[in-house]
Design a protein around this ligand. Structure first.
Ligand SMILES: *Cc1c(COP(=O)(O)O)cnc(C)c1O
Length: 220
């Protein structure tokens, strides 16, 4: 199937999952994850009307998105991979949403660089719902405190939370935990669900689903 057909099929399934959950399909944003794909593979998605994309590496995104953004001005680019503090300046110049704020030091550098650049991309706090040692994200027990620091001390534009359930686990408890953290902190955005489980994520309240292989095909 073509990328355009994949996107159309995913949009149908998003609408079905949203209606089944008594939700407005417009309340779910498809973030097309274009990591590893070159500009020529991404362009058909743009031509099909897709405008929200996710990339996990700053440097890789810098190689392809400035030109695509010049061509399609209303693109919204999300950083969904770990952010090192020495890459914050570059990330702020390119990304519209930083989904992976997961520690106070990163929050502090983001705040400094936002003041310096005069550009304030929206932020999500990444939560390591499965407490996996190798995975980024704040421990669920520390999430409220980090959100408070990001908003209070650093005045970051925090809009929500993001999470990646452990591979092989039933994702539903992780989705519920993440949605609960957003709700009790009064945050509107919940980024969760990937190619294999986005309908479950929508049932649990996802406002943003990050879908890569179902849009572009298996990564090489
Ligand atoms: C790659 C990636 C995705 C998309 O995964 P698929 O299974 O290809 O849909 C979503 N979120 C993050 C953080 C990713 O790195």
């Amino acid at each position: 199937m073509s990328v355009a057909a994949n996107i159309a099929a995913i949009r149908e399934r998003i609408a079905g999952a949203a209606r089944a959950a008594g939700r407005d399909p417009l309340g779910v944003t498809l973030v097309a994850v274009s990591k590893t794909w070159l500009a020529e593979a991404i362009r058909p998605a743009l031509v099909a009307g897709q405008r929200v994309f996710g990339e996990n590496r700053v440097q890789e995104a810098e190689g392809k998105w400035p030109a695509l953004k010049a061509e399609f001005a209303d693109v919204e680019l999300h950083l969904i991979g770990p952010l090192q503090t020495n890459k914050v300046r570059d990330a702020l110049a390119l990304f519209d949403v930083i989904e992976t704020v997961d520690r106070p030091k990163l929050a502090r550098v983001l705040a400094q660089e936002m003041d310096r650049a005069g550009r304030r991309p929206r932020c999500l706090v990444q939560v390591n719902t499965g407490r996996e040692p190798q995975k980024a994200g704040v421990d669920p027990d520390q999430a409220d405190a980090l959100i408070a620091v990001c908003r209070g001390e650093y005045r970051l534009p925090v809009e929500g939370v993001m999470g990646i359930p452990p591979a092989g686990d039933d994702p539903m408890p992780h989705f519920r935990l993440l949605a609960g953290i957003a709700a009790r902190n009064g945050l509107a955005v919940v980024s969760m669900g990937m190619s294999g489980d986005y309908e479950l994520a929508i049932a649990a309240g996802a406002t943003h689903i990050r879908v890569g292989s179902a849009v572009f095909g298996a990564r090489g």
